[in-house]
Each structure stands twice: as C-alpha cells, then as structure tokens.
Design a protein around this ligand. Sequence first.
Ligand SMILES: *Cc1c(COP(=O)(O)O)cnc(C)c1O
Length: 362
Amino acid sequence: MIQRAYNFSAGPAVLPATVLARVQQEMMALPGPRASILEISHRSPTFKEIIGAAEANIRKLMSVPENYSVLFLQGGGRLQFSMIPMNLLGEQQNRADYITTGSWGKQAATEAAKHGEIHIAWDGSEANYIQAPKDEQLDLSPDSGYVYYVSNETIEGVQFPREPAVKNSTLVCDASSDFMHKPIDVSRYGLVYACAQKNIGPAGVTVVIIRNDLLDRSSDKLPIYMNYKQHADAGSLMNTAPTFAIYVVRLVTDWLLNDLGGLEKMYSQNQAKAAMLYDVIDQSDGYYVGHAEKESRSLMNIAFHLPSDELTQKFLAAADEKNMTALAGHRSVGGIRASIYNAMPLEGVEALRDFMLEFRNA
Ligand SMILES: *Cc1c(COP(=O)(O)O)cnc(C)c1O
C-alpha cells in the first residue's frame, strides 16, 4: 500500500480517512441490494435512503429552516454561475449586484452578464484581490434581484469574516470552498451553494440551499435541467443523480455530525489549524508573506509567498519529500497555497508548520 500524503490540494481535496475506509469496505456490495453504490438505481430504496440521509444531515448540521429546499445538482460550481441569474432574474427584475473579491466571483459576474444587468457593487481586482470589503464600501443598487458574493475565494485565500449586509435584497453566496466549515445563519441567505469537491465530498455534485419563495422566480421557459423549481419538485431526482458523490457527501456529513460533533467544533478546529500557519507567517520577519490582508484571510486556503520563485520551487520539492503534497499556489497568484479544509487532520497542519519553520531556518 502507498502511504497517504498530507494532501493540501485546493480541490478535489482531502477527505476524512475514515470515510475513505468506509467507501472501500462497502465498495463490493451494500447490505440491501448486494451490489455496490456504483451499480444501483437512483430510484432504489437504498439510494433514496442515502440521499434522504445526506439531506437530513445537512439540514441538521446547518439548522436549515423548513422553508428552504436542499438540492443536489450536477455541473459543478460553474453551472451555478448561469443557473442563478437564469432563475432569479427575469422580466420583473433584471438587475443583480456582484461583490467580487477574487477570481471565482469575477467569473460568476461575467457569466451572469449574459442573462441580466450586472452591477459590480465592489471590485477587489485593482488591489489584486487581497481583501473583503466593509459594508460601508458596498455600492448596492436600490432594487437588485439579488446580491452575489463568494464567502471564500479559493485561489486568493480571501474570506469574508461575516456575511455582507445587503439591506432588503436577497443574499446569494458561493460557499464552494468553505461550506460547513462553521455554523452560519441560513435564514440570512436566499441561496447558498457549494460544489462538493472542496469541503464535503468528491467532484460530481453541488449542493444548493434555496429559500422556497425564490423557486417561484424560475420561468417555465428555462431548459428543464436549469430550473431550480423542477429540481425541487423532483426531490433532486429529475434524472440520474450523481449517486456515488451523494453517497460520499452522506458519509462526510455523518462524520461531521458523529465523529466531529457538529459545526461549532469543526469551526474551533479550523480556527486553530489556520492560526498555526498564520502565526508562522506573521512571525517570519517577512520571509513568508501572506497574500490576503489579515482581517480577510481564509481559514481554508492559506496563500503566501516566499522571497523568490527559486525558493518556492525548493520549498515544494522539500515538502514533497516530507510527504506533503499539492502546495503550489494557483498560477494566477503564484507562491504557496495550503488548503486545509475540514478533513485536513491537525497533524497535517502541524507537520506543515514544523516544515515551514525548519525551511526558513535552513
Ligand atoms: C472550485 C470553485 C468553483 C468552481 O467549481 P467547479 O465545480 O469546478 O465548477 C466555484 N467557486 C468556488 C469558490 C470554487 O472554489
């Protein structure tokens, strides 16, 4: 057997080892159907139990109010860039505000502009996406259909410490890379979504939590797969669901509930893990330089630079030898990016911290 590395990939990303062991154990056959999850109908009682449990776990972990639907969709985070404006904008209300704090928000705004009038309420690009805005910096429209933001920009490692205040507009959030990393008040959101492969599962499924009154905005003229209302009415089983991905999301959410003990506990762990690495950065006399400003830096993606590209390459090679992988920053930012999602064990972060101290002093 190959030894598992500490995998700092930004996504698809680390999963809990106990979840992988369970997948392995059940891969040949599940108890009822005596076939694997890959081989059974999405309409079978066994799969209905699995998708039901995944939804119940999400509802419980996040205290999702009754008047919200939880949908399991395909097309990744990216399809939501289109589905959101296609469903939430229309003849009545054709304008949306976008707060752009990084690459994903920018791309979402570009896509949305194909479907409506998009107003950039705040643009972080001039400062190279290093911070989240304060509420008083937002230039919100008086009558937007929704206000869109990305709670955690995965590439730049910029995270909102709390939801932006959007007055009486509808808050829409891409939480792909920090979904369930802490408790949130879902009732503040009209819609919050996340592709699974960063923090809650494998690639192939996206969770969309939407307030039910917003489903009335979905026009019958939309392509059926693009229509939130159709998905909600079908209980996410309009067509063949991504069964394996949903099965793993169920196991990861079981792990969050039963092994971790919920999102408060997860949040304290995440704060402790991130602090370990930011402390090294802050106490390195400028050897390591964080990308984001302190108040906006991410608990999930720790993006930083070394003094030169040459040292960055050395760092990556030496880390790899110590069994720490996937630490290269995104090509648009460079440097190092350590993604330390929910499933990254404390020991992995400790190992990286020790390595960073040692590398600097070498
Ligand atoms: C990864 C990511 C996406 C894109 O997800 P895909 O599933 O690859 O389409 C969108 N938003 C954020 C914040 C992401 O981290």
